[in-house]
Write a protein that binds this ligand. Structure first.
Ligand SMILES: *Cc1c(COP(=O)(O)O)cnc(C)c1O
Length: 435
């Protein structure tokens, strides 16, 4: 069975047994743009944006959905998210610069990160960014000074760490006590941060933020953490905390493999909204604005990585290696944290699997494997592989390792394709070099 659950909404197999996304045959896209190639399905992207807005706003009117740019952003996508009414969450001056390059309404931009530089903070303050989410005492002092120097009062949130384990990979867990992110509630640091932010002349504390990690397949951690943070907010009321905004971050899971069934967006919305409203009621807190920050769950399902098969090496009794023209330079997730992907042969999408192979990248690392011991129809050089659920944390983590140019990105819809990032050239890779 073809794993439709991990492919974009428009995935279809045509009469020739070839895979189509957005009405475009992947073989044609591979010929036109070359491989490796990232294909983003515009319909899925917009559907996911609308699913989040609808799921939350229908249950809690005062919700702002904010796209977490680090999953992947570029100027064309920033425009698309603006059209959908989303805000942006940025984690660097570079991501902020993308927003600024398309005149994204900066009042809808949230700046995160555990070590923003003074230059990045100044860029944000001068650009009149909506919120800066303070993550350390050092940042609190630095930002207070920068805002003061600019003659501004900066709206801020404080990132707290609620001490709740979402049971995801240790490298992507952020809301537990032992974390580089946020102020721990447990240690009293979060309370101290609130006091200092309230006292700071050039900061206007609007509320609290947390982010537990990603991807989170369980609903319970959101409910537990929301309760912990709202109790904290209630305790801090006497210290001058008026929580007008509340954000439980992102981390919503997607299916990477055919057997995975993450909660629906509506399930996450039910859990978060009911935890928010019931705890606000019982604690006597006014209802805050709710900020939701999905990244992976918006762009992940829309993306398909497309590679062409080159060398095939069969080591008898050991393993059959099928090498492609991409790898850890465009998708480091399998090497970094053992991420598992489905793989489909785009020109043999209707055929049943018949042999076990391992998909290797072209980078000079033995760990550069995109998928290990998977079953595929018999493949040969020139066949095209499609790896779904590749929209998030693949191009955004891409590198020029081995000096391979990073792949192009093409947006598809209704049988048309539009390049939103061209393939890098050798000149691009040398542009900052000085001889
Ligand atoms: C990474 C991150 C997100 C988005 O996480 P996803 O898993 O992509 O939804 C949201 N908020 C913050 C603060 C983050 O660091």
């Amino acid at each position: 069975m073809f794993p439709y659950n991990v492919f974009p909404d428009t995935a279809a197999i045509n009469d020739n047994g070839a895979l189509e996304i957005g009405g475009c045959n992947l073989m044609d896209l591979a010929d036109e743009y070359g491989t490796s190639l990232y294909v983003l399905d515009e319909e899925t992207l917009r559907n996911r944006c609308r699913a989040f807005v609808r799921a939350f706003q229908s249950r809690y009117g005062d919700t702002q959905v904010v796209y977490a740019s680090k999953a992947y952003i570029n100027p064309a996508l920033a425009r698309l998210f603006e059209e959908e009414g989303l805000g942006l969450d940025v984690v660097s001056g570079g991501e902020l610069a993308i927003a600024q390059s398309v005149d994204f309404p900066l009042e809808r931009v949230y700046f995160h990160g555990n070590n923003k530089s003074p230059e990045e903070l100044a860029q944000a303050v001068e650009g009149n960014i909506g919120r800066i989410v303070i993550d350390s005492f050092h940042e609190l002092e630095t930002l207070d000074r920068i805002a003061g120097d600019a003659g501004k009062v900066q709206d801020v949130l404080i990132r707290v760490s609620p001490g709740v384990d979402p049971h995801t990979h240790v490298h992507t867990t952020t809301g537990i006590l032992d974390s580089k992110f946020g102020f721990a509630i447990q240690t009293g640091h979060a309370a101290e941060a609130v006091r200092r932010a309230v006292a700071a002349r050039n900061l206007n504390l609007l509320g609290l933020h947390f982010h537990l990690g990603s991807p989170i397949f369980e609903l319970e951690p959101y409910a537990v953490a929301t309760e912990v943070v709202l109790r904290f907010a209630a305790d801090l009321r006497e210290e001058g905390l008026e929580m007008r905004e509340f954000s439980p971050g992102g981390g919503f899971a997607i299916a990477y493999t055919r057997d995975q069934e993450p909660p629906a967006v509506g399930d996450y919305a039910n859990t978060i909204v009911s935890a928010l409203t019931s705890n606000c009621d019982s604690l006597g807190l006014p209802a805050p604005r709710l900020i939701i920050e999905p990244g992976r769950s918006i762009i992940g399902p829309a993306g398909v990585a497309v590679y062409r098969i080159g060398a095939i090496k069969d080591i008898p009794g050991v393993r059959k290696y099928v090498s492609v023209d991409g790898g850890m330079g465009d998708n480091i997730r399998p090497a970094l944290y053992q991420a598992v992907y489905e793989v489909v042969v785009a020109n043999k999408a209707g055929q049943d699997p018949s042999e076990t192979v391992t998909i290797a990248g072209k980078y000079c690392e033995s760990g550069d494997l995109l998928a290990s011991d998977i079953t595929l129809p018999v493949v040969e050089p020139g066949d095209v592989l499609a790896i779904p659920a590749a929209g998030a944390y693949c191009p955004s983590m891409a590198s020029n390792y081995n000096l391979n140019p990073r792949p192009p990105i093409v947006l598809v819809q209704d049988g048309r394709s539009r390049l939103i990032r061209r393939r890098e050239s050798y000149q691009d890779m040398m542009i900052a070099d000085i001889v």
